[in-house]
Design a protein around this ligand. Structure first.
Ligand code: MTE
Length: 303
């Protein structure tokens, strides 16, 4: 199995403390005369306004990954049986370099960064997650998209022998998602490769998954095996299933409710059941960075 990080592991320590103080630890190790210090990445870049990240335990225990079932604990229970090595990604459509790429050819470890993002699910729960990943644009540019490519579409692995949830017949598998090209190329959009310096846990979408922090979580498609460049808006799983409830854009927007519930507030996982809900921020707090992508669009219509 390819490892994206060879430095500290976080499982048994208070995540935030260690995570944010690795440089201090590194200095400490150096001061102690440690002969070989494994390469440490630069400190995490905090895009969540200093909010405390969720524990790795929470991030791995409360998931949506319908290929393994609809319960929040199904992915943790069943994703372990997914084989992720070898892993390849088929690239097709409007690109100059289509083909089937081995994971190692897509992910350059030197480009992996660590970023703390707010992550908001459409079901009105949220987490703060320290992701490892590479800006998606860096990966997409390797394929030389053609000028006619206006959208990019993604598909998840579909392997019934390892994914008990595929027996659900109302979803037209594989899980699919898409972004407009400018959204895909935006510097906040990551191809996630890990969490807290660990390779991506299987229940979180190993080995590679999208992380689009200003959109509801279902846009962040997991365990990607296909990337296609298109000139028309591609199909997206939840949009196909319930177009009135889940639009193609799915930008986090506290002023536009889901037809069956409010989107104005959210419950932060880890806050406890009786904690006060938090107000949801426009574009999940990334308004300054991304609002210009939607200039002139009626966001009550383009949900
Ligand atoms: N990707 C696939 N392939 N299958 C899924 O069911 N669920 C989505 C998204 N990506 C899903 C998926 C939803 S609804 C959410 S909220 C996030 O994954 C959850 O990501 P997490 O489990 O890593 O927190």
């Amino acid at each position: 199995m390819r490892r994206f990080r060879t430095d500290l592991t976080y499982a048994d320590v208070t995540p935030k403390e260690v995570f944010l103080n690795r440089r201090a630890l590194l200095r400490g190790a150096a001061a102690m005369g440690a002969a070989t210090i494994l390469p440490l990445p630069a400190a995490a870049r905090d895009f969540a306004g200093g909010e405390t990240p969720n524990t790795l335990e929470d991030i791995k225990a409360y998931n949506n990954f319908y290929e393994f079932g609809t319960g929040k604990d199904d992915p943790a229970k069943y994703a372990g049986q997914m084989t992720i090595d070898p892993w390849s990604v088929k690239v097709d459509g409007l690109v100059d370099r289509p083909g089937t790429y081995d994971l190692a050819d897509l992910i350059d470890e030197a480009e992996v960064e660590e970023r703390i993002y707010r992550f908001r699910c459409v079901e009105a729960w949220s987490m703060v997650i320290p992701w490892n990943g590479i800006e998606l644009s860096k990966i997409l540019n390797k394929f030389s998209p053609q000028p006619g490519a206006k959208y990019v579409a993604f598909e998840t692995l579909e392997r019934p022998s390892e994914m008990p949830g595929l027996a659900r017949s109302n979803i037209d598998w594989p899980y699919r998602e898409g972004l407009r090209m400018d959204e895909a190329m935006h510097p906040l959009t990551l191809m996630g490769t890990g969490i807290y310096g660990e390779p991506m846990p299987k229940q979180n979408g190993a080995p590679i998954r999208l992380v689009v922090p200003w959109k509801y979580g279902f846009k962040s498609i997991k365990s990607i095996v296909r990337i296609s460049f298109t000139d028309t808006q591609p199909p997206a799983t939840w949009n196909m299933l319930q177009p009135r409830e889940y639009g193609f854009y799915s930008n986090v927007n506290p002023t536009v409710d889901h037809p069956r519930w409010s989107q104005a507030t959210e419950r932060r996982i880890g806050d406890g059941l009786f904690a006060k809900r938090r107000p949801t921020l426009m574009f999940n707090g990334y308004e300054e960075e991304v609002a210009s992508l939607y200039a002139g669009m009626d966001l009550t219509k383009f949900i």
